[in-house]
Write a new protein. Sequence first.
Length: 400
Amino acid sequence: MRGLVVGPFKSVTRILAQVRKELIQVRRRPGAFLSLVLGPFLIMAIFGLGYTGVRKPLDTVVVIPPTLSLPRDPAFYQQLAGPALNILSVDETPDSAQSRLANQQLDLVIVAPADAADKFRAGQQAQITVAYNSVDPIEAGYADFLAGVVDRQINEQIIREAVTEGQSYVIGEAGSQIHVPPEVVAAPTTVSVTNLAPTQPDVVGFAAPAALALMLQHMAVTLTAMSFVRERMSGAMELLRVSPVNSLELALGKYLGLGIVSGIIAAITVALLVFGLGVPMLGNVWLIVLVIALLIAASLGLGLIISVVSDSERQAVQLCLLLLLASVFFSGFVLPVHEFREGVQYGAYALPVTHGIRLLQDLMLRGNSTSWWQLGVLGALAGGFLILTVVLLRRTMRSA
């Protein structure tokens, strides 16, 4: 009988002892507890303050051929299109605008039909051409929607002018008898939408390079974030202090060892994406390898910094999770970086994955990129993180 009472009591005592030990661990490291509480709050606060919540207007050029007696003032078409478009200019020929669109310096090019009046006289609808250049299926759908809106606005304007000016605006022959079908009177124009992007992937194909970049960064950071923490906890750091190895050699050894593992995983993942999911691979393979190598190198350096500054495995895990949370919000994985306020954009560009996402999407889905400066920034981050790791590691190894 006594054993039936004492046994459960001892079990409860042992459980409470473990609870007390965990609470003491938290009390001894208040910084880790505060980072776990305040970290997500600060990330969400920065996201709330930095995200405008408004989609950036599409930079647009309107092309009005010389044969059309339509207004040439950009303000007229800006008022017609509304805030969704930013009308930069009104050109007479499409060549310059098409070239800028191909180089991703514009978002939309709207070309009015040169034979609009002749088509109307013949009882036919004229065709407005709208061109954009995007591999993002969401942006492509948005451009299609705006093209329909612009077409309706133009039709309303043509009909309004025709009624106001006795059809002279549309036809140029106020007294002539022309039989125009009702559907042409209701909609003098139609719209033809063209996407200049070399591929038009679905959501999975577009998100795959971004998911690859995010996975590679998180994997590399996680692999290295625990390394020095475990060596300190196991006592191996004391042996390294008295050994001939210096901080640079130690850091490079970590880079090469874990970099090889990350590179093998990256190669397998890319093969699965290309041959398993059918994700396009239009760019030069060696350029893609370079981007992945720099992304892994920068991420390894970031993980080593976390490992050096963390005093426990628990804190290292917390910092890795906070970095992952910040990367999901600010890297362009969910929302485009340009839709954040300028100060938040600078912080986003300090994350290796931000550059990895843009470069991998461009190279894999377009075959080229207009953001080569991000390759230089990615290399600078890799070198900067390595230098900072060596400095912090040298200070740690010198301290008793």
